[in-house]
Design a protein around this ligand. Structure first.
Ligand SMILES: *Cc1c(COP(=O)(O)O)cnc(C)c1O
Length: 381
């Protein structure tokens, strides 16, 4: 069924191995983040086969899914637990990321109630302005948390390049390591983990410049799409197309590039603007915003260009590829937003394959691929 996202589990596994080998050279533990793929068990399984030891997700539902399929794999809750999620957090996650005293207290009580010890990583905001306590308030929080029964303050963590786009570097990550040192001296805490961010920390790792003292990274995009997230460069040796989106052409006709008539609002309340490129061969695909955000995809065939999309249609410039027409199936590479959208949409069919080609770089863009039958059985990990 189209549209579909073709997920090459061999490539995901390969990318996970690529990240792991980079990390292991530097003594870094990799926690694999599955939220962009809704903790899809086939994908999580591929990541575990590569040798990853811990999985992380932002959502309780996803942790539930992971727990069901992988009962013995330690799990981390990535998003700060809500006060309404305390029971689930302690039940499903060995570790959670935290910044609120009230929540830590609730976790402590619940851990006691469930007869568990729950590990927490205290999040520090190093300037990106998403989650985390401001550094000067950290010692007080750490001291309080340290004395809470049922909790182990396992370490410090930070998240950068998410909201504010702040790039991880020696200065901000150095500050995290320094804070940990101060806490160990001042409060007698033993901080086992210093969790130095997400795929935006990978460029430092590639260059061998990741701040000493950082010993954990939480990696999603780096594994799934094989890219770091500062400049979105491919990691050395990684495979760029573990995920490929495919959709069908419904109409292919020559039309102008500027609409005819007075222009008001479009379907989404925006007033669109158009550049006059004359008459073009325009294709309409059965792929819309309800499937994937058009900003998150790019045609694998470089002759094609996206004009725009509505809820159920993608409009594309087909002029450069005269052999394509109604019934042609076009392929797209996905960026993070595209992957997230396609995986989340119930209209995009998920197809799993196990075919890492030897030479992804040299495969022709227009080659029509024959995929083996879907293998729905969960492979051992
Ligand atoms: C999403 C997320 C990650 C992973 O981010 P990637 O850019 O996909 O590597 C890591 N840490 C936290 C707290 C997150 O929310």
């Amino acid at each position: 069924m189209l549209p579909e996202i073709v997920i090459d589990l061999k490539k995901v596994e390969h990318n996970a191995k690529t990240v792991l080998s980079l990390a292991h050279q530097a003594g870094i533990e990799v926690v694999a983040v599955t939220k962009a793929v809704l903790a899809e068990p086939q994908i999580a399984g591929a990541i575990l086969r590569a040798g990853v030891k811990m999985l992380a997700d932002a959502r309780i539902e996803n942790l539930e899914r992971l727990r069901r399929h992988f009962p013995n794999v330690p799990l981390m809750l990535l998003r700060l637990p809500g006060l309404s999620q305390i029971e689930d957090t302690v039940r499903l996650a060995e570790v959670s990321l935290n910044s609120e005293l009230k929540v830590l207290r609730a976790l402590s009580q619940e851990a006691k109630r469930q007869g568990k010890t729950h590990r927490v990583i205290l999040m520090v905001d190093l300037g990106d302005l998403r989650e985390g306590i401001w550094a000067e308030n950290l010692p007080e929080l750490a001291q309080e948390a340290q004395n809470m029964p049922g909790l182990i303050v396992e370490g410090l963590g930070a998240n950068l390049a998410c909201y504010g786009g702040v790039i991880p570097n020696a200065k901000n990550l150095g500050q995290l390591v320094e804070l940990a040192g101060e806490l160990e001296k001042g409060c007698g805490l033993h901080l086992k983990v210093i969790s130095g961010g997400n795929s935006a920390s990978l460029p430092l790792l590639v260059k061998g410049e990741l701040t000493r003292g950082i010993n954990q990274l939480r990696i999603g995009e780096g594994i799934l799409l094989g890219r770091e997230t500062v400049k979105r460069q491919l990691l050395p040796g990684a495979d760029p197309d573990a995920f490929v989106l495919r959709a069908e052409v419904l109409e292919s006709q020559d039309k102008p590039t500027v609409p005819v008539g007075h222009i008001g609002q479009d379907a989404f309340g925006e007033t669109p603007e158009f550049e006059d490129e004359g008459w073009r061969r325009r294709a309409i695909l059965a792929l819309g915003r309800q499937d994937v955000p058009p900003e998150g995809i790019s045609p694998r065939d470089e002759r094609l260009k996206i004009f725009g999309a509505s809820s159920d249609h993608l409009i594309l410039d087909l002029t450069g590829a005269p052999e394509l027409s109604v019934g042609s199936v076009l392929e797209f590479n996905l960026r993070y937003a595209g992957l997230l959208g396609a995986m989340t949409s119930p209209y995009v069919h998920k197809r799993f394959v196990n075919t890492r080609s030897q030479n992804p770089e040299f495969r022709s863009q227009n080659e029509i691929r024959v995929y083996p039958e879907q293998d729905n059985e969960l492979l051992p990990y």
